[in-house]
Design a protein around this ligand. Sequence first.
Ligand SMILES: Nc1ncnc2c1ncn2[C@@H]1O[C@H](COP(=O)(O)OP(=O)(O)OP(=O)(O)O)[C@@H](O)[C@H]1O
Ligand SMILES: [Mg+2]
Length: 468
Amino acid sequence: MNTNKQKILIVDDEIKLCKLLEINLKDRYEIIISTNGKEALNIIKSFEIDLVLTDLRLPGINGISLLEEIKAINPNIPIIIMTAYGTIESAVEAMKKGAYDYLLKPIKIKEVELIIERGLTYHNLIKENIRLKKELDKHYGFEQIITANPEMERIIRLCAQISQTNEPVLIEGESGTGKELIARGIHKNSPRANGPFVAINCAAIPKELLESELFGHERGAFTGAIYTKKGKFEIAENGTLLLDEIAEMPLNLQSKILRAIEQYEITRIGGVNPINLNIRLICTSNRNLKEEVEKGNFRMDLYYRLNVLNIKIPPLRERLEDIPLLVNHFIEKYKSLTRYANINVSPEILSVFSLYHWPGNVRELENCIKRMLILSPDGNLTIRDIPSEILSAVEEQVKFPFSKEELNKAKKIARQRAASEVERKFAISLLSKHKGNISRAAREIGMNRRQFQALLKRNKIFPEDYKN
Ligand SMILES: Nc1ncnc2c1ncn2[C@@H]1O[C@H](COP(=O)(O)OP(=O)(O)OP(=O)(O)O)[C@@H](O)[C@H]1O
Ligand SMILES: [Mg+2]
């Protein structure tokens, strides 16, 4: 038995059809045949089956019951129903009960192959997602963060360590890259997990109100201050305070914040007695804060105080391997918005997504999937369901309409990107292994130092990031 091949179970009492399918598929998959439902269920219990191809009319068991029993054993196996014209209603019922797809008899081999490929891709994604979730759960509890990107995985490991300390953290990354998700993960993993997590968006609050929002005020401190109010610093006592978009903080407040985190105490507006603080401060910025310092918009001393622990989240377009996982994750999250138990994603969607530049990053992808699900007429997501602004942006890049040639071209670009991503990952893992030592890393793969340096430069990798 070749265990590298994925296992397909074919259930049909028509042995001739089973054999025909086996002959055509056995080179690519491991085929197991069963001619009755009872036996099929036993096989599913004893082997790790990746996909089931089954007739609806079987001796001993009704096809729909078989489907339900398989789902009860393993809800994630894609089940493809084979049906004759006369039983099309049962196929529809089977789809409602969670069959992955159906094929009409007489079976056409090309069609079977396509549907199997699609079903397996889907199944692999789900398996990978479950595996990643388990792994993250086990090690770090950052289970909300879906990723397969080495740099993101490095960040999550780093955050698990950071959680145990009390130093300020600065998280930089474009809008929607998951900065808040990371901040919440740090809090949840920290000894402060049972304390409050308080977030305030510095860009969303009018400048004249921000000071009292942050530091609170005493009764009568200014016109309108009719009662004493606690600020976010105090509300976050024993927990974590997230200052979102810290770059938007006016300069006069920046010095107050610096004082607050240097002395771990604040004074309310109009107050005289300092209040001691026990908080962990996390700041985020979707601008490069160092550049803001250079432009004179941000205090250098505060920057250095905040930058003790720095995390830079890569934009989504630089971690293409996350796209299929996230698509799958958001489909599961928003599936209930549709009437369909089964959502199919055509592979071309992933090609288009991998070409798009995602200025709004993961949040934009999340909203896109949600919208596609709500508007989908049948639960089958294809290129036509992609929001037009995304399509036209990609169109700019690869000159739509999506003729076969154009599609191939798009795929080629996607493959090139994937290849360069592999190169990047490879270089990063080498550097991590050799703790940022270029010569040793280069030697391991038989490159000279200059070549390896060029490779790093091409991929925007900085060896000093891997020194520790
Ligand atoms: N790796 C991920 N896995 C799952 N969901 C994610 C991931 N990254 C981001 N998200 C989701 O995307 C949305 C945006 O994430 P988040 O609010 O953390 O981003 P942000 O960087 O703080 O954005 P902004 O700069 O706009 O404040 C959220 O719904 C979040 O749950
Ligand atoms: Mg945010």
